[in-house]
Design a protein around this ligand. Structure first.
Ligand code: URA
Length: 184
């Protein structure tokens, strides 16, 4: 794996895919080390998910001035993501924002992409890749979350935050129910 990924040494059931390294990530050499990472970490630790999560980005190099990666850049980095999914075979994939979802669509097929629900916590889609199918949960990117925090009135923000939190609970349900299955 590229050296900047978190959790690469273990086989972890949750694969979290962001967009691209920002300035802090570029300096540290790890994903989600800046303000977006603080948001992500707070939700992961609130649900005890941090030790079960492999965190990476769809694009492995920092686009200048943190612009959104181009389709070409996403395509160029796709082979890394393919290798990561093959090696990890996660139980659930979490996409943070649209670029991550676009990346999955470059390497495989998302079931009914129009039905992807960013707001509703109780919905997942499926991602078909090679001979496997992975549940995918689409969560707003933490940088969008931070923009909403500044923009929304307090009632609307409360609702947004409740839904955001519920998405992570939904992620947890995938690994919790697995532990209840009989061991084959
Ligand atoms: N945003 C991302 O999408 N990835 C990072 O690693 C940091 C910020």
């Amino acid at each position: 794996f590229p050296s900047h990924d978190i959790g690469s040494e273990k086989s972890l059931p949750i694969m979290i895919i962001g967009e691209a390294p920002g300035e802090t990530e570029d300096q540290v050499g790890m994903p989600f080390m800046g303000v977006s990472g603080k948001v992500l970490d707070s939700y992961l630790s609130a649900h005890d998910l941090q030790h079960f999560s492999y965190i990476t980005n769809i694009v492995k190099c920092r686009p200048e001035k943190n612009r959104t990666p181009t389709t070409e850049e996403i395509k160029n980095c796709a082979p890394y993501l393919e290798d990561q999914i093959r090696a990890l075979k996660p139980k659930v994939i979490v996409t943070l924002g649209k670029s991550a979802m676009a990346g999955l669509q470059v390497i495989g097929t998302i079931q009914d992409p129009k039905s992807i629900e960013w707001k509703k916590p109780d919905v997942h889609s499926n991602f078909y890749f090679e001979d496997s199918v992975y549940p995918v949960i689409a969560i707003y990117h933490p940088s969008y979350y931070l923009r909403q925090k500044n923009a929304l009135s307090s009632n609307t923000w409360d609702e947004f935050e409740t839904n955001y939190d519920a998405k992570f609970l939904k992620v947890k349900s995938y690994i919790s129910c697995l532990s209840e299955l009989p061991i084959a």
